[in-house]
Design a protein around this ligand. Structure first.
Ligand code: HAM
Length: 434
């Protein structure tokens, strides 16, 4: 019998894990710089947590099942709804705003392709209880800083305010059902399809005035100079004005937060149903079809789940797509060795002492490997070479009699006799240059 991985999943080998950990570290540092703290939620949740308001698209893509007690369960397709649940369960009394971040895998039953998997990782954050638009301003600044710290300089943050289009829907008295149907089409980003949905044989909305405005509106993409076009288009629709003013204030705040790589894009709709206000998506053009590496915005899930009205905003990076982008765009993809020292016993007689030496090095935080397969001396050095270590500590009988070992610099090939109680000092001095 041959076992293969389930479709849409991957195994990650050593080198790839090394790179993923490096990226994870950069993101953790960046998020913590903005005073976010990490949380973890379960990999599976009650199905209804996601069917309540995450949008049709997500529901079709769920990995759901009944457990042995007949409960409807699903693997999580995303982490915002679990965070809203966690907030209601545990955090309601905590002083606001609350800043939390997460890194974990999500599951969606999608057609696998490059950059689209059935198990994928999200690195994201949620800000609960800040005011708009400064909350969104800082969240977008965090997103922008993360991209800069990963050297992803071609990334472009596309921002919209869904309150504008919702204001129009309100003005024209469009039902929730129709709104949802139209937002799904807009989210697909296919202008031709949208045109057909609005002007074709069976238009989603039968209102020429609204359809005309919508087609013009979602075509507006550019820097802040497009604001005058938006003003012109919407000035007579009062229901859009509060959101439009909030949008303008956000753009002012982004200057203060030093965010420069952004585009106003009135066509950003977001696939999930829970968004209410400012939304954004990040595109890295070099990635082609799966260029969207991040999505986020403001949402009202906590209220939908029965809690108070509390403004919340956040975003999630598609971690696997970030990795693809780094692979594609950054020249410096070299893997550093994960081990610094290899301890090589010359003979069976020096093995016990070698273990002691390795443990002393490890207790000092020096990454150390030791021979555990009784290799012959020549093979030991080959192995150390493959591991790409900086130094080999050769433990020979004669040297041990004088309380010494030989330390070989694998780059220069030079060797030096070092006293047992000076090994740590020698290695730290040479490796970490202190
Ligand atoms: P989302 O846009 O559905 O938003 O997912 C976030 C990111 O996850 C996407 O931009 C994409 O990069 C990545 N992604 C989505 N599906 C896949 C897949 N099948 N394979 C690989 N990567 C994928 C959310 O999930 C929201 N919860 C984000 C958010 C947080 N909004 C507010 N707070």
């Amino acid at each position: 019998m041959e076992f293969t991985r389930p479709r849409g999943t991957r195994d990650f080998l050593f080198d790839e894990m090394e790179k993923r950990k490096e990226v994870e570290k950069v993101l953790r540092n960046t998020f913590e710089n903005y005073a976010y703290r990490e949380i973890k939620t379960p990999l599976f949740e009650d199905l209804k947590l996601f069917t309540t308001k995450s949008g049709e698209e997500i529901v079709d893509q769920l990995y759901n099942f009944k457990d042995k007690s007949d409960r409807e369960i699903t693997l999580r397709p995303e982490i915002t709804a679990p965070v809203a649940r966690l907030y209601l369960n545990e955090l309601q009394k905590v002083a606001k705003p609350i800043k939390l971040y997460y890194f974990g895998s999500c599951f969606r039953y999608e057609r696998p392709q490059k950059g689209r998997f059935r198990q994928f990782w999200q690195f994201g954050c949620e800000l609960i209880g800040a005011k708009s638009p400064e909350g969104e301003g800082e969240v977008i600044a965090l997103c922008n800083d993360s991209l800069n710290n990963l050297n992803l300089h071609s990334a472009d943050i596309h921002i919209n305010h869904l309150g504008i289009i919702r204001g129009l829907f309100k003005h024209f008295d469009i039902s929730q059902e129709t709104q949802r149907e139209l937002m799904v089409v807009i989210d697909k980003g296919d202008k031709e399809l949208l045109r057909n949905s609005l002007k074709g044989e069976n238009p989603i909305i039968e209102n020429d005035e609204l359809n005309g405005i919508l087609l013009k509106l979602i075509d507006i993409v550019g820097d802040k100079s497009v604001l005058s076009k938006i003003d012109e288009l919407l000035s007579k629709y009062d229901e859009t004005q509060d959101s439009l003013n909030e949008f303008k204030k956000l753009i002012d705040d982004l200057e203060s937060f030093n965010v420069k790589n952004y585009t106003l894009n009135l066509g950003v709709a977001r696939g999930l149903d829970y968004y209410t206000g400012i939304v954004f998506e990040v595109y890295i053009p070099e990635l082609g079809a799966q260029k969207q590496v991040c999505g986020g915005g403001s949402y009202s899930l906590i209220k939908i789940f029965g809690g108070e009205e509390i403004s919340s905003t956040g975003f999630a990076f598609g971690f696997d797509r970030l990795m693809n982008a780094i692979e594609e765009l950054n020249d410096n993809n070299e893997i550093k060795s994960s081990v610094d020292i290899y301890v090589a016993p010359f003979s069976n007689e020096t093995r016990s002492k070698s273990y002691e030496i390795a443990q002393t090095l490890r207790s000092e935080g020096i990454k150390t490997e030791i021979d555990l397969s009784r290799k012959k001396f020549k093979k030991l050095l080959n192995h150390a070479n493959n591991l790409n270590v900086k130094y080999v500590v050769l433990v020979g009988e004669d040297e041990l009699k004088n309380n010494q070992v030989t330390i070989k610099d694998m780059e220069s090939g030079e060797q030096e006799l070092v006293k047992l109680d000076e090994i740590i000092d020698y290695i730290k001095r040479n490796i970490y240059e202190y």
